[in-house]
Design a protein around this ligand. Structure first.
Ligand code: AMP
Length: 132
């Protein structure tokens, strides 16, 4: 089972931002920006473009709702979206609150946030998601 499957089913802790029966969203543990969120299908597929069309489309619709919640929780110009998948072999979308182009730079030094800060932003996103 992938590490992200274990996160989605609660075997490994995460800062949960949103969930439904098929998808799960949680904070990236090494964020490039405050509120950096990962959105995954519960279905375990490595490469995002190996997902069947319906799951791929629905993943994006779910990510849209997470992005709307994220923008309420973390004021930003827009929420950027990226797919890398070079590290973890379980399809995922990165959602990143943007103020400038540099906020999407995955090579820059990651933020070092306290657990309480991570929990607080995850709780805000979760609350906003539930209202949408
Ligand atoms: P990539 O597969 O290249 O898209 O990168 C995987 C991302 O998952 C990285 O940004 C990691 O910081 C993040 N990540 C890896 N393990 C965890 C974890 N246990 N909880 C949250 N994020 C994680």
């Amino acid at each position: 089972m992938s590490i992200f499957s274990k996160i989605a089913n609660g075997e490994i802790p995460s800062y949960k931002c949103a969930e439904d029966e098929r998808f799960y969203a949680f904070l990236d543990i090494n964020p490039v920006a405050l509120g950096h969120t990962l959105v995954i299908p519960r279905q375990e597929v490595d490469y995002i473009f190996d997902l069947d069309n319906r799951t791929l489309a629905d993943l994006h619709v779910f990510a849209k709702r997470v992005a709307l919640a994220l923008r309420e929780a973390v004021p930003c110009t827009k929420v950027g979206m990226a797919v890398l998948g070079l590290e973890v072999p379980h399809a995922h979308i990165h959602l990143i609150p943007l103020q400038s182009e540099g906020d999407m730079d995955f090579r820059k030094e990651k933020l070092h946030l306290q657990p309480e800060e991570m929990q607080a932003v995850a709780d805000k996103i979760y609350a906003a998601f539930k209202k949408l």
